[in-house]
Ligand binder design. Structure first.
Ligand code: FEO
Length: 389
């Protein structure tokens, strides 16, 4: 993804790529790294838009000093206190003792949890819609609680019509890695912010009337063209609507027999004319990819082996996380396996029953150890139900 440190004549990018990180938030694999974005607005007053993760402090400070060319900083705008953006607040405040910190009431309520810095005389506490003039540039703040923490706010710069969007519209992947926005933006959004769809919808409505020419997120590329495309994706994801027609087939198999049934299920779906099918081995796939596709498509088949009177942990983990991300409005078919006392189907159905507007196909296919011809027929019936669901 190509990027330039010059965003506009007076706005510079001072963030950093992190290609050494293995797991973002100690959870999400990021094989192409991640970027921590930060920006400087140079005007009569100088504003820094967020700091970055402690993992890249040196690069950020070098970029910052170069961008400032000897100027002081008047304001540090704190969009979000999560350490991937806020780790350097105290360091910057100590380096620039005249710099004011701009945040909302929740920002300053939470800030002492992270830092011992006394900010009482340096706080600019803003409310929703409030304006701060830098000279030619005017910042307008919109409080965006739970996108993705309670204190989050986004900033609209009125003159150049730029939305500094905090975590929203971000993606995994460092900025020196060329890749399409969609896949890793979807995986980022669904897994990290997906739980808070209602709050994202509220933010989208709040900024709907703004004339936005550019979006500067805290991760991933600056978005400059075709902004309606990105906003439409956010609207779809945050309203829990499927993005496209298709089926995720996800299996948890102990010795390979449930896997065989799942692979057969894919072929039966193809046979019924369903071409958009993605297969996941849950024991060998990171669950964040499965969840992203579960939200992308409108239907899902879960094939689970019975294990110790319950579910294999990788299937249980998927279901727990789907619930946590507010998975809803989908149709799901179930295949269970068990050599004695199969209960996987019942357990999977119980989990899905706790999710909003998730319909489970009535007939659960039960495989006893190894798929038989009668199971193939049952799965064919399930495939027929899936393609018209
Ligand atoms: Fe990129 Fe919620 O921090």
């Amino acid at each position: 993804m190509h990027f330039t440190p010059v965003i506009t004549d007076s706005i510079l990018y001072i963030g950093a790529n992190d290609t050494d990180i293995d797991l973002f938030e100690s959870k999400y694999p990021v094989k192409n790294g991640v970027s921590y974005n930060s920006y400087v607005i140079l005007d009569e007053k100088v504003a820094v838009m967020d700091t970055i993760d402690a993992r890249a402090t040196d690069t950020w400070l070098t970029n910052l000093l170069e961008a400032l060319s000897g100027r002081d900083i008047d304001y540090l705008v704190i969009s979000h206190l999560e350490p991937d953006h806020a780790a350097n607040i105290e360091k910057l405040a100590l380096l620039y003792p005249d710099m004011k910190l701009v945040g909302n009431a929740k920002t300053f309520a939470m800030l002492p949890q992270f830092f011992s810095l006394d900010t009482k005389d340096r706080q600019v506490i803003v409310t929703d819609g409030e304006i701060l003039s830098l000279g030619k540039h005017t910042l307008q703040f919109f409080i965006a609680p739970m996108v993705h923490w309670p204190e989050v706010m986004v900033t609209y710069e009125q003159t150049e019509k730029i939305l500094f969007s905090a975590d929203a519209f971000g993606k995994f992947g460092s900025l020196d890695h060329e890749e399409d926005w969609l896949e890793e933006a979807r995986r980022y959004f669904i897994n990290i912010v997906g739980k808070y769809g209602v709050q994202v919808q509220a933010l989208l409505k709040r900024v709907a009337d703004l004339d936005i020419h550019m979006i500067c997120p805290l991760h991933g590329p600056v978005l400059t063209e075709n902004l309606g495309y990105y906003i439409e994706k956010y609207d779809t994801w945050s309203s829990y609507r499927p993005e496209e027609s298709g089926v995720v087939v996800a299996y948890a198999s102990i010795h390979g027999n449930t896997a065989s049934a799942a692979r057969k299920m894919v072929k039966l779906l193809w046979e019924q004319g369903e071409k958009n099918v993605v297969l996941y081995d849950l024991a060998r796939s990171d669950v964040s990819y499965v969840i992203a596709d579960a939200f992308r498509f409108d239907r899902m088949i879960l094939a689970g082996a019975t294990y110790e009177g319950g579910l294999l942990p990788c299937m249980e983990n998927l279901l727990l996380q789907l619930k946590s991300k507010n998975y809803q409005n989908r149709f799901v078919g179930l295949i269970e396996n068990g050599s004695w006392g199969p209960v996987a189907g019942k357990r999977m159905k119980e989990y899905l029953g706790g999710m909003k507007n998730v319909t489970v196909a009535e007939n659960i296919v039960t495989v006893k150890s190894v798929m038989k011809e009668e199971n193939v027929e049952q799965m064919r019936e399930l495939a027929k139900i899936l393609v018209v669901a």
